[in-house]
Design a binder for this molecule. Structure first.
Ligand code: HEM
Length: 455
């Protein structure tokens, strides 16, 4: 796609009519996922949506998504200023040269050797959860979404701090939960100031953040003093050195990266897994095939990092779950200068919305898009599909840095759980699991399951 030189003569994209002042907000409030998908189907790859006083540009066509995230990414900045108290200048929300410097420095922390090291935390924590499940089997219903959240939280905390956390693990977990709640409020308050209004929740969130800051800074100080490399992310970030031999990151920068990795790196994976359990519960034929592959390839031995490449069907199941329910269901960019996109004008300063949820369900790119069909991801059936028809981890230079971490983690968990248990979906007749778009796409009110031991 060519970048336009003079775009003032180019028309604005089409979009639905809305009410005066509110625009299309009532439709968005009622059913955000349904509304955005319909807008993309009705108005095409670039649609203009008036929400309140501002226009937003929903970019859903794979070619147009590629243009924003990759080809002309320099013109689209992140600009999550309201989330600064949490992430500071961390990777997820920073822009420009400083982002690039940090990305280059942090990328190797997620290479194969490191991931293989982190996989021990994944398998250990999963085994601990399953041992606890032994006492819960046959005892009623548990929420798979909650269980996955606790599990991925344990894994990310251990990957960040390894054994340093000790007895503070529970308090730390609660503080991180509170901080996630804070993030959701900040991101979804109609105005940033509203999220900061004095209330019991604001006070609790602020206390949690202060506790986390103190905790993280204490560990950073200890690590700087000892200089000991324990292989965890804290060690890697604190001990990183530039060419001049000086620390690459200040204490505040290490804090920002740890907070970012925590917040970006567990709720997403937990949701991917929760939706996978839900879909497997609804599709026993897929579950049976998955179990057959696991039993044939591993024969009951716990999976290790190197076993994953032998599994063919397991990753397809995860991809299909993330196609239907991408945890990062929407993210945004701000146009820096006027641009032309797909024949339409994107004015400088406006906000572009990119939604994997929407693109992943477009009927012109996906046959029978609502069906759960993991085999659509086989090499044969993927041939010819646009690379940006499926992008649960984003794309271009801002591609998720933890994508391999997440895929390894999710597969190790899926495999080990299915070696020891069957998860039976236990929906009350007439009830439904509703995809709820908050910061991530959450199954509400949860994924109720009954555990059955396999052996
Ligand atoms: C299924 C799990 C996950 C999903 C669906 C997911 C999704 C995403 C997406 C869509 C982006 C790009 C956002 C944008 O372009 O605005 C992103 C960025 C990022 N993710 Fe993930 N993520 C997952 C797991 C993880 C994990 C496990 C970690 C860390 C251990 C992580 C850390 C990050 C970071 C640091 C960024 C910012 C990268 C940058 O801008 O340079 N994510 N993620």
């Amino acid at each position: 796609m060519e970048q336009a030189q003079n775009v003032t003569a180019v028309p604005l994209p089409p979009g639905p009519d809305g009410l005066p002042l509110l625009g299309v907000l009532p439709g968005v409030w009622k059913d955000p996922l349904g509304f955005f998908l319909k807008a993309a189907v009705d108005y095409g790859p670039v649609a203009r949506l008036q929400m309140g006083p501002k226009d937003f540009y929903l970019v859903s066509g794979p070619e147009e998504v590629k243009y924003v995230l990759q080809e002309n990414h320099h013109n689209y900045r992140k600009g999550y200023d309201q989330a600064r108290p949490l992430f500071g200048d961390g990777l997820l929300t920073s822009d420009g040269e400083e982002w690039l410097r940090r990305r280059r420095m942090i990328q190797p922390m997620f290479n194969r050797t490191r991931l293989s090291f982190f996989s021990q935390f994944m398998t250990q924590a999963t085994e601990e959860m399953l041992d606890r499940w032994e006492t819960l089997a046959d005892q009623g219903i548990i929420d798979a979404a909650h269980e996955m959240m606790k599990l991925t939280q344990t894994i990310i905390v251990r990957s960040m701090f390894s054994s340093d956390v000790g007895e503070e693990a529970a308090r730390l977990g609660a503080a991180f939960d509170d901080t996630l709640e804070y993030l959701n409020r900040i991101l979804f308050a109609p105005h940033p100031a509203l999220a900061e209004l004095p209330s019991a929740a604001t006070r609790r969130n602020r206390r949690a953040l202060a506790y986390l800051d103190a905790f993280i800074y204490r560990l950073i100080e200890r690590k700087r003093a000892s200089g000991e490399d324990t292989g965890d992310l804290l060690s890697l970030l604190v001990l990183a050195r530039g060419e001049d031999g000086q620390p690459s990151l200040t204490d505040a920068q290490v804090r920002d990266e740890l907070m970012t990795i925590f917040l970006a790196g567990h709720e997403t994976t937990a949701n991917a897994l929760a939706w996978t359990w839900y879909l497997l519960g609804l599709n026993p034929d897929v579950e049976a095939r998955l179990v057959e592959e696991i039993d044939t390839v591993l024969g009951g031995s716990p999976p290790a990092y190197d076993d994953l490449e032998k599994l063919r069907y397991t990753p397809l199941v995860l991809h299909e779950a993330m196609r239907l329910y991408p945890p990062a269901w929407m993210f945004v960019r701000h146009a820096i200068a006027d641009d032309e996109l797909g024949g339409y004008r994107i004015p400088a300063g406006e906000m572009v919305m990119i939604s994997p949820y929407v693109t992943h369900r477009l009927p012109q790119h996906w046959e029978n898009p609502e069906a759960f069909d993991p085999e659509r991801f086989t090499a044969e059936r993927s041939a010819g599909r646009h690379k940006f028809a499926y992008f649960p981890f984003g794309g271009g230079p801002r591609l998720c840095i933890g994508n391999n971490f997440a895929l390894i983690e999710a597969q190790l968990i899926l495999v080990r759980v299915l070696q020891r248990f069957r998860l039976r979906l236990a929906l009350v007749p007439g009830s439904r699991v509703i995809p709820t778009p908050i910061a991530t796409l959450q199954p509400k009110p949860g994924v109720p399951i009954r555990l059955e031991r396999r052996y």
